[in-house]
Design a protein around this ligand. Sequence first.
Ligand SMILES: Cc1ncc(COP(=O)(O)O)c(C=O)c1O
Length: 398
Amino acid sequence: MEAPSNITIKGILGLLTANTDGCKKVISLGMGDPTAYSCFRTTRTAQNAVVEALQSANFNGYSPTVGLPQTRKAIAEYLSKDLPYTLHSDDVYITAGCTQAIETTLSILTRPGANILLPRPGFPIYGLCAAFRHLEARYFDLLPHNQWEVDLKALQGLADHNTVAMVIINPGNPCGNVYTYRHLKEIAETAKRLGIVVIADEVYGHLAFGADPFVAMGVFGSVAPVITLGSLSKRWLVPGWRLGWLVTSDPHGKSPKFMERLKKYCDINGGPATFIQAAVPAIVGETQQAFFTKTNNLLKQTSEICYWKIKEMDCISCPSKPQGSMAFMVKLNVSLLKDISDDIDFCFKLAKEESVILLPGAAVGLKNWLRITFAVEPSSLDEALQRVNSFCQRHSCN
Ligand SMILES: Cc1ncc(COP(=O)(O)O)c(C=O)c1O
């Protein structure tokens, strides 16, 4: 049997990196993993919590497949701070990163003939998981000139009686959007009208540094059923620890059938390493606000560097200034370039000539756009954007 043919971000970034010529140091603005840079290091609180859990020798065994009770409780308490109601431990399922939370959610929602509404541009793992599960993916547009809000009118036209859920990513990858309270409420009301679940990917939760604060989709859990997905990966800068969660809130109470499927699916997956789970109560309970503020200030600084440097380039434009997450989208005007056919050609030639890696928009569903990751140390970012500028000038029609 063949694997689905969807593009993956890791796959295309690997090809681009292989296309660099080795003359200059490779700088990647392609991947949302900032841990290579010392300015994006996690807190000592988190490190110590893991060391302590490991050295205690109390967590060398299997955990319950839904997660350790103290881990579920700690995540319930952590997320409840953003909500008008209290989550309970048994609303929380611990997963191996947000990726496994995505895979679990799509697997348990699917049934013969079902479809799911996904954002375009989006995070390709959703399309890939849907394809493996024979869940039809239907794509709704995010509006670049409207802070990448969901085109809700068009979305309603896509849904039918076989639609099981819609996905929103907030703060957004790949767009760098942070949705307002008003827009999230409209999303919840639309989901209610359509009788579907909102899958809220909040892996970048709280990484918001623009005018609008981060609002959790679960705030509207009394309007429509919400499944919130998240992880420690981004806010704690530890994507390699593989600690994520899936959280349910449903205005009509939980369907016993759904919960049964979810628990069984967790039995298949097994969940993340027990000692990492055991460190979670200290990680989420004791991390100082100063650490989060430092990260957000740095991301604000690096996003501004990108935004203003891009503004100097004729062939690239940015309709919505990034407000959160670690990446944003910019539009490529290939008609101003003499020998570049599209975004993919641009990225391959850029990698070859300048050893700078950018993600072609095609990989996230938008041809002739580029995704730029700004979770990069400022001096490397400066250098990379300078190289992009030289490249654009060299290939300019003028
Ligand atoms: C939107 C989105 N969801 C999920 C994930 C996966 O998160 P994790 O690394 O915790 O598996 C990512 C990773 O970049 C992401 O950007």
